[in-house]
Design a protein around this ligand. Structure first.
Ligand code: C2E
Ligand code: CA
Ligand code: CA
Length: 811
């Protein structure tokens, strides 16, 4: 069974009833609204009463005149009497009602009374007609029928505004005529009642349609009125509460209307500003000194001349000694043909918003830490310089990067780092000339841009001045710091003819400066681009090399300087490159660290070294280098335990070597990792000691077993040609050894090449030695032979001697 629709469509009958109801009232309106409608209908109807009554009286008199001798005079006069009383009642109602407002409600009884009087009136007119019709001659009958027809029609139309009254009139009169004439005249005019019936139906229909139309008019008027009231309310509210104001000007530009708020903020009475030209008024309060031709007031004049709507046109004004900003929006008012009659719009004070915007723009282009321009502003300026691509003007871009700034941040904390950056910014700023833009691009990277003629000497001198200014020691967090800066310079249009190109060139120059060592300035050279390209290529190849197992580990022995015994080996990675040959770590470790590829490489070396060490004679240890990056990025403890587990190497046979830069990173977590490694039984060694920043006092905090004295201290030892330097170096090595011992560490001397060096080290008491004197780093085959020769069972005489083949001093 189909389910009935939720809202069944009204039947034809229901639709008709609704149609009928709509002639009377609005079915959607509230009873109160309908009462108002009825009052208004009645009001219109009442206005028509004299127009109906007075002609009726005239008609009555002339009728009496014409038909005096026709019909029954008594009946005629009595009916005329009723009609006069009826008319009098209606006129009384008119008198009472006509002055009242149109939506004064009307009592139902009044409407009933009106229906009654007009019903009676209609009936009486019908009876009068019937009464004289029989006795009239044919001429009189024609006059009579046309007059009565006109009276009936006029009445129906007059009263159609209130359909119940119009219908009372129409029905009583036409039915009266129909019945009366039908009854008295059926043998002469049998078709007359039918004609009258037809006429009545047409009239009723007309009444209903007119009343519906009238009703619809009332409804629309009410809706419009409500809307108007709402808009009025909103506007009132706006005028009373908002800080904005409304204005309207005529075609000539004079103020036709202005909110009192406008007068109030202009400090003038409303009647003074009324009828004044808006543009003139604004010009009067324009800030002094503003160029009138350039001023935003001109844009208002133009906007008005364009005859197009405009939005948020800002104009500056000077009020009470304060500069403020107004935003004006308006639309043209047009006549039916589209000609502009004037403008209507709103104005508002947007000073706060504008000031915020200006402040935000300023903040967006300033580095909040140093107050210098930020990367955004710098890029904007640089882009602006290159905005005319056909003719790139000269421009110098200097990039300045602090050397080892990360160490300051890591060891002294970010607050100290920030303090240092501020100090640097201040010193740099002191050397900046008006035509230069100095910015901090981020981190410890600063940039300086000069547009115009390029004078290489001036740039060099400037770079030297900046570096010198930074070199002056500064005290941050109670520490004396010496700041070194590397500088890279690019020149447009030679080194780059776009913002990106120039930045890239300067960046490459900076990279080269950094690679050349601290405190260097480098100009961009074409070879740098090749070098950068090479680096990228090598990096790509390194990725492939890792996948393709192109790396190998070489081993360099470490000797006990006191007993001459072989203690173990340091693992040193090599890259067997398919086309470039065997590459030393110097070629690729830095690049691997920069690209973080060292994490994968280091892990592999560690695992390989542990595996290899498992094949060596018992208790021989292996030292593996771990980069700062690996400590920074990975859980080294986990990597180490994993390598030990996979290889089965006892932990005490593994030593890891780290550099001072690792210790500087995040001290607490490094200490934690080192403590954990030592707990596992892994030895820890500090590599290249003496080349970094650490003081011996600093060392105390770290759990270390071994201190590897850097080659540079070992080299001068035992050199008879340079005895002063020799003595000096010996004193340093002695001091390092003494302190290491005091801290419970062993020392290893790196780069031992001569017997003389070995003797000095032995005298000092250094525990371990490593260097070409004993053997160069060896590949796996050489290592196997070396081990065979140095195994406790092998005769020392025919021992292979690694790459160099120096005889072992204790052999
Ligand atoms: P390092 O850890 O200080 O290694 C000692 C370097 O000195 C080695 O250079 C070695 O060949 C060299 N050397 C040893 N004895 C002598 C000598 O008597 N005279 C001279 N002039 N040099 C000697 P190599 O193998 O080129 O390694 C350079 C650096 O690369 C290493 O310095 C180390 O910092 C790094 N490195 C090597 N392998 C790895 C690795 O697997 N991981 C990490 N992170 N770094 C590694
Ligand atoms: Ca090392
Ligand atoms: Ca070293």
């Amino acid at each position: 069974m189909p389910t009935p629709p939720l809202h069944a469509a009204p039947s034809r009958w229901q639709a008709f009833v609704r149609w009928l109801v709509e002639c009377w009232s609005d079915p959607n309106a509230t009873p109160e609204q309908n009462a108002i409608f009825r009052g208004q209908q009645f009001h219109f109807l009442i206005q028509l009463i004299p127009l109906a009554v007075l002609p009726s009286v005239g008609l009555l008199i002339s009728g009496a005149w014409w038909f005096w001798d026709v019909g029954d005079r008594t009946i005629m006069l009595s009916l005329a009497g009723i009609q006069l009383i009826d008319g009098a009642v209606n006129m009384t109602m008119w008198k009472r009602r006509r002055k009242q407002p149109r939506d004064t409600p009307v009592a139902d009884s009044t409407i009933w009374l009106m229906m009654l009087t007009l019903g009676i009136s209609g009936l009486v007119w019908a009876l009068q007609t019937v009464q004289v019709f029989g006795a009239s001659n044919s001429d009189q009958r024609v006059i009579l029928l046309s007059v009565i027809g006109a009276v009936l029609t006029c009445g129906s139309w007059f009263y159609a505004v209130l359909p119940q009254i119009a219908l009372a009139w129409t029905f009583t009169m036409s039915i009266g005529l129909m019945v009366g004439l039908g009854y008295t005249q059926w043998q002469h005019y049998p078709a007359l009642p039918l004609l009258l019936l037809f006429y009545m139906v047409v009239l009723v229909w007309t009444v209903l349609i007119s009343s519906r139309l009238f009703m619809r008019g009332l409804r629309n008027e009410l809706a419009l009125d409500q809307q108007r009231q709402l808009v009025g309310l909103l506007l009132n509210d706006f005028e009373e509460n908002a800080s904005d104001w409304l204005w309207e000007i005529g075609a000539s530009g004079t103020l036709q209307y202005a909110s009192s708020r406008l007068a109030q903020i202009m400090g003038k009475p409303l009647n003074v500003i009324q009828d004044r030209s808006l543009v003139e008024l604004l010009a009067e309060v324009a800030p002094p000194g503003d160029d009138p031709a350039q001023s935003p007031h001109q844009s208002l004049v133009k906007a008005l001349a364009d005859d197009l709507p405009f939005r948020d046109l800002t104009v500056p004004v000077m009020l009470g000694g304060q500069r403020r900003w107004w935003a004006l929006s308006a639309k043209p008012l047009r006549d039916a043909r589209g000609a502009v009659l004037g403008w209507r719009g709103v104005g508002s004070d947007v000073t706060i918003v504008r000031e915020h915007t200006i402040e935000l723009t300023r903040l967006a282009s300033i580095d909040p830490l140093t107050g210098l321009a930020n990367r955004y502003q710098f890029n904007q300026r640089l882009a602006a310089h290159f905005s005319v691509p056909t003719q790139v003007a000269n421009c110098m871009l200097m990039l300045l990067d602090l050397d080892h700034f990360k160490n300051v941040n890591d060891s002294l904390g970010h607050v100290a780092g920030d303090e240092l950056l501020c100090e640097v910014a201040q010193r740099l700023r002191a050397h900046i000339e008006p035509d230069m833009l100095l910015a901090r691009l981020g981190g410890d990277e600063f940039a300086l841009m000069v547009e115009g003629v390029i004078d290489l000497e001036r740039i060099k001198a400037l770079g030297a001045r900046l570096q010198k200014a930074l070199l002056q020691p500064c005290v941050i967090s109670h520490q004396r710091l010496e700041v070194h800066a590397s500088i890279g310079v690019g020149l447009a249009p030679y080194d780059g003819d776009s913002a990106a190109g120039l930045l890239k060139a300067s960046d490459m120059a900076l990279y080269a400066a950094k690679a050349a060592g601290r405190n260097t300035l480098r100009f961009f050279e074409a070879e740098m681009e090749t070098a950068a390209h090479d680096r990228l290529e090598l990096l790509e190849e390194m990725r492939e090399g890792l996948d393709g197992h192109q790396f190998v580990v070489h081993y360099q022995p470490q000797m006990d300087l006191r007993t001459g015994a072989l203690l173990g080996f340091e693992a040193l990675v090599r890259w067997q490159h398919p086309t470039r040959g065997l590459l030393q770590p110097g070629r690729f470790i830095a690049l691997a660290e920069e690209s973080r590829l060292i994490v994968r490489l280091g892990k592999w070396v560690l695992q390989q070294a542990c595996q290899d060490a498992m094949t060596w004679p018992k208790n021989m240890r292996v030292s593996v280098n771990i980069s700062a990056v690996e400590f920074d990025r990975t859980d080294v403890t986990h990597t180490v335990t994993e390598a030990l587990r996979l290889s089965g190497l006892p932990s005490h046979q593994l030593e890891i070597e780290l550099t001072e830069s690792t210790l500087l990173q995040d001290s607490e977590s490094i200490i934690e990792a080192l403590t954990e490694l030592r707990r596992l039984g892994v030895r820890t060694a500090l590599d290249d000691f003496g080349t970094g920043f650490s003081s011996l006092a600093y060392l105390r905090r770290f759990p270390l077993d071994q201190l590897k004295i850097d080659q540079s201290f070992v080299k001068p030892l035992g050199n008879p040609e340079d005895s002063a330097n020799n003595r000096n170096a010996e004193a340093i090595v002695q001091a390092i050894h003494g302190l290491a011992q005091a801290l419970g560490m062993e020392t290893t001397a790196e780069g031992v090449e001569t017997q003389a060096q070995q003797q000095v080290l032995q005298r000092i008491g250094c525990h371990v030695g490593q260097g070409y004197l004993f053997a160069k780093p060896m590949d796996p085959q050489q290592l196997a032979a070396y081990l065979a020769a140095h195994s406790p069972l092998a005769p020392p005489s025919d021992a292979p001697q690694g790459e160099v083949g120096l005889p072992a001093p204790w052999g």
